[in-house]
Design a protein around this ligand. Structure first.
Ligand code: GLN
Ligand code: ZN
Length: 763
């Protein structure tokens, strides 16, 4: 019985690649240094998998930045503005596309399916001249096979059809260009690579075609048949795996996939693919290999080995003993790297977890068990850990469970409608028209970060810490008063991260020291782990918010992170539905909202920056998700008085498809990112969507150091006024100011307030 890994994290157990990349970019180290660190990482990964006994070990899953950009590089699809002159593409051109250079900005980046990984979007038009411009895949194959390592790997590629489906048409041909028409042009390059791999001795090859799990049109599905028919003869002598992951595969896509010519086997995500299992049971083609993804590539939980084994045993009878291969549900890129480095976590919680390195061992243990060599001790330890997780009092909190279950199926909604509420609030707040505000955070200086770090490390006392943070809040309040902003914030100086800050104060959360997951390029995130029922032992923000409110007569916004965002930016428990966990967090935030209100805070912002991110891949699942996500948000503030104004904030402008859900959140005011795509957001309202709540589309982009002029902001708000009612419009930046410098923030906000005042005078 064999084992297979779809893909592996490339960053290294202690983010070695990140540091090597960043020091190379800073000019502190050479290209050779970077190559050396990378080669060491690759070889240790191959060695680890080979020592564990994995039969099908991936190569070419390493990347200096992104695997889609690697494909762009392989086929020489460099956009003309990077002035590449042909030949093998080197670091210069590669990193220019990834990060931009002094004269040209980077290519666009977007989320990889529903993960938090971002890829570089290929830009393709009729003019691109494809050529074989990066031998990376072949080099890595040879590197693994070289004398000392001797590992015969399975080179992994972004499949040709998914590559095109994930691309965007180049500038100028946006509306007219059919990306799939390029299939005939890129396949010859794939064929060259395949020929070289064959010559180097490769016997297996893997094409990742995860777009097959999306809702594809028939003509898109046909492209797969076309592509693999065309590749068939080049691949003869090679075993071809087509990999799918992240969701159930639709029936029509399953049919297409399992009849592709020249393909030896398929990987399926059996963690997220419950219906896929039925499809396999009823219609798996005979003679093909099934790479059964039973070990979760998207999470950090130890596998339920006994459960997986019984699924695998049921599949054995269908596909045949010699054709069943144990695998991961997706690449392990989306999980943390190695549990060995977690020294802060206690043994009990650790026994419940498996990061990438541990998942490799699980895959192999399952394969061995299937072939009659079950490691009884390993399985017994796993079963004991599963049992302890189920029954642990740290996981279970009966009163929280009951309260969350009681929420299901109910419609929690504030009793009064939004326009009446806004009237009641205005009587109390007495704000000018076009009120100004900011999103929450103010610049986080090195000094401020030092204070927080030293407090955490117990190097300064609580008293000193409170004093330092209080001074910072005072500075921020004073600045906003000087600027004459209407609704103030305290600046969030006590927060390192908008999810971590709350997770650390809630029960049911654990934090890792090295549980990093690549987000893009060298950037990684370290999601909290939600392992148990969530509750709030005590108030989390009331102390700072009331302190800040006492410094000013103007309304001071209480600042919270919403339940959906906390959920979507964490590793979530897999022993209950996501919505259940979300409801629990909602109840904790509800308590905080009510405590803030009691303490005299009249405006409370509940950020839902990541609400859209949780949208499932398949359209058929959108409604269900949006329903419980929006419900969770409403639960947080259903208990407040009409006069308490609830704000929410979102970090994207792609609203058109979920606008009704956003309205359904029933917030009093919503501030949203907008400045990078004015037209998109406003077009929703232009098309006649009824919107009665307050709305603050960001008037300038905080992601850039550029200072927007007064005129520019004035024009922008004027454009908004043409579409939105004057009395619902707010004036604010796009997002928090945390990453900016005061030298940028002061003049930008000054221009923003001046523009608002000028507009008020003109109305
Ligand atoms: N209140 C948070 C801040 O201002 C919001 C951040 C976000 O939307 N990502 O930093
Ligand atoms: Zn934001």
């Amino acid at each position: 019985m064999a084992s297979h890994i779809v893909g592996y994290p490339r960053m290294g157990p202690k983010r070695e690649l990140k540091f090597a990349l960043e020091s190379f970019w800073d000019g502190k180290t050479t290209a050779e240094d970077l190559q050396k660190v990378s080669a060491d990482l690759r070889s240790s990964i191959w060695k680890q998998m080979s020592d564990a006994g994995i039969k099908y070990i991936p190569s070419n899953t390493f990347s200096y930045y992104d695997q889609v950009l690697d494909t762009t590089t392989m086929i020489g699809a460099v956009p003309p503005r990077y002035n590449w002159n042909g030949g093998e593409i080197g670091f210069d051109t590669y990193f220019s596309m990834a990060r931009g250079n002094a004269s040209v900005p980077a290519m666009e980046m977007t989320k990889w399916f529903d993960t938090n990984y971002h890829f570089i979007v290929p830009e393709l038009g009729p003019e691109v001249k494809f050529s074989y411009a990066s031998h990376k895949a072949v080099n890595e194959y040879k590197e693994a096979k070289a004398v000392r390592l001797g590992v015969d790997t399975v080179p992994v590629f972004v499949g040709p059809v998914s590559y095109l489906l994930l691309s965007k048409p180049a500038k100028g041909v946006e509306k007219t260009f059919d990306l799939l028409s390029l299939l005939d042009k890129i396949l010859p390059i794939y064929k060259e690579v395949i020929a070289e791999l064959k010559a180097a001795g490769a016997t297996w090859i893997q094409f990742d075609e995860a777009t097959l799990v999306k809702d594809l049109e028939p003509y898109q599905l046909e492209a797969f048949t076309k592509a693999y028919s065309d590749l068939e003869s080049s691949c003869s002598g090679l075993n071809v795996i087509v990999a799918t992951y992240f969701a159930d595969i639709p029936t029509d896509a399953f049919k297409v996939l399992t009849t592709l010519p020249g393909v030896t086997g398929y990987t399926f995500d059996l963690i997220r693919g419950e219906k896929t299992l039925d499809l396999i049971k009823t219609s798996f083609p005979s003679g093909k290999y099934l790479f059964a993804g039973v070990v979760d590539g998207r999470n950090i939980w130890a596998n339920d080995l006994a459960g997986s084994l019984s699924v695998l045993e049921s599949l054995e009878g269908i596909v045949g003993k010699d054709k069943l291969v144990v695998s991961t549900s997706s690449s392990l890129l989306h999980t943390a790297v190695d549990l060995v480095n977690e020294t802060k976590l206690d043994d009990e919680i650790k026994s419940w977890l498996a990061f990438a390195a541990q998942k490799v061992v699980e895959v192999n243990a399952l394969a061995k068990a299937l072939s009659g060599q079950k490691d009884e001790a390993f399985f017994a330890a796993n079963a004991a850990a599963q049992a302890s997780r189920k029954s642990s009092p740290r996981v279970n909190n009966e009163s929280v469970q009951k309260a969350a279950v009681a929420l299901r199926g109910n419609d929690h909604r504030r009793a009064t409608n939004v326009s009446a509420r806004l009237d009641a609030q205005q009587k109390k707040l007495n704000l000018p028209i076009l009120p100004t505000t900011t999103i929450g955070s103010f610049p986080q200086t090195i000094e401020l970060r030092r204070v927080r770090r030293e407090y955490k490390a117990k190097k300064i006392s609580e008293e000193e810490y409170v004093k330092a943070i209080k001074e910072e809040i005072f500075k921020v309040v004073q600045l906003q008063e000087e600027l004459d902003i209407d609704v103030l914030v305290h600046g969030e100086p006590e927060r390192n991260d908008m999810v971590e800050y709350f997770g650390e104060q809630l029960s049911g959360f654990a934090f890792t020291a090295n549980g990093w997951v690549q987000s893009y390029g060298s950037r990684c995130v370290k999601p909290p782990i939600i392992y148990g029922d969530v509750s709030r032992p005590k108030a989390m923000t009331v102390f700072w918010s009331t302190m800040a409110q006492e410094m000013t007569k103007r309304p001071m916004k209480g600042m919270l992170t919403g339940p959906v965002t906390i959920l979507n930016w964490s590793f979530v428990r897999n022993d209950q539905p996501r919505f259940e966990t979300c409801y629990q967090i909602a109840l904790a935030i509800k308590d905080e909202v009510e405590d803030l209100e009691k303490a005299g805070i009249t405006v409370i912002q509940i950020d839902e920056a990541a609400l859209r991110e949780g949208l499932p891949l398949r359209k058929s699942e959108h409604a269900f998700y949006l329903d419980w996500a929006v419900h969770s948000f409403r639960i947080t503030n259903v208990g407040v008085q009409d006069t308490t104004q609830i704000h929410t904030h979102m970090c994207y402008s792609n609203f058109n498809d979920i606008i009704h859900s956003i309205i359904n959140m029933d917030a009093d005011v919503i501030t949203i990112e907008n400045s990078r795509s004015d037209e998109k957001l406003l077009s929703v309202f232009r098309e006649g969507v009824k919107y009665g709540a307050g709305i603050g589309p960001g008037v300038y982009d905080i992601h850039s150091p550029r200072i927007p002029s007064m005129e520019e902001i004035h024009d922008r708000v004027n454009k908004m006024l043409a579409v939105l009612e004057t009395n619902i419009l707010w004036v604010n930046p796009d997002c928090g100011l945390k990453t900016r410098k005061y030298g940028e923030v002061k003049p930008a906000l000054e221009n923003m307030v001046t523009a608002a005042k000028k507009l008020r005078a003109e109305l």
